[in-house]
Design a protein around this ligand. Structure first.
Ligand code: SF4
Length: 242
């Protein structure tokens, strides 16, 4: 599995895919992302150290994702990330976090800010349609509004390509994301081991009518394939569904 990559275009940064103890939520109906996890903190740390050794400090920005939320990484890995940021003069660090860890995310932002590192939190809200999000996707965000989510997250991921989504719903999600958050990352559903399958008609609507509107928007990433950030494997999601 590829665990290190460099993103050179929009929002340039280095990105690493680390391994933690696994997503605490694990309920999202479309996700097998959490399968990349391990119970041994020592083994995870050993793997993560090897991956983090590749970080060069390019662009002064590092995105460190794992198959879940940053709080599920072991403490030694978290310390190593902080030290690498300081050593390599990385002033902006990106983590992913589920809303379950809202308080820890806010705390981590404050602690890292004291070390001169800006922590950006990305969260996988997937859609702002609460009914769809909680009953179809089972995201575990409850009734959280965009404003409440923005209290801990700077960026959101959206998941498109599922049955029931429409041109209007997808447009509305992107526009809401841009209204309340710094950046929006659109992930298109890829086939995986869950029962939820990509809906090709919905994906075609997105590709033909919506994607062209945002291709040149620096605040919008579009991942048609879940390997588009250069890390992960074909059998799992790599980014943005936490
Ligand atoms: S999408 Fe994220 S929160 Fe949901 S089960 Fe997968 S890893 Fe966990």
């Amino acid at each position: 599995m590829e665990r290190y990559s460099i993103i050179n275009d929009k929002n340039p940064r280095e990105i690493v895919l680390l391994r933690g103890k696994g997503c605490i939520w694990r309920q999202c109906t479309f996700c097998d992302y959490h399968l990349d996890s391990g119970n041994s903190e020592e083994e995870n740390y050993r793997l993560n150290s090897e991956v983090l050794a590749k970080v060069k400090g390019m662009y002064g920005r590092l995105e460190a994702i794992n198959s879940g939320s940053f709080c599920e990484l072991d403490q030694k890995t978290l310390n190593l990330i902080t030290n690498i940021c300081i050593e390599k003069k990385i002033n902006t660090l990106h983590f992913e976090s589920h809303i379950i860890y809202k308080n820890q995310a806010v705390k981590a932002k404050k602690e890292l800010a004291e070390k001169g590192i800006r922590l950006i939190i990305k969260t996988g809200v997937e859609t702002f349609d609460k009914e769809y999000r909680e009953h179809i996707m089972k995201k575990g965000f409850g009734l959280a509004s965009p404003q409440e989510i923005a209290e801990y997250a700077n960026e959101v991921c959206l998941l498109f390509g599922l049955s029931g989504q429409t041109e209007q719903s997808m447009l509305s999600d992107i526009e809401t994301g841009l209204q309340y958050f710094d950046r929006v990352c659109v992930n298109i559903m890829n086939e995986n081991s869950t029962k939820i399958k990509p809906d090709s008609a919905v994906i075609n609507i997105f590709a033909e009518k919506i994607a062209p509107l945002y291709t040149d928007n620096d605040r919008v990433d579009i991942l048609m394939d879940n390997l588009d950030f250069g890390v992960g494997t074909k059998v799992q999601e790599v980014s943005g569904n936490v």
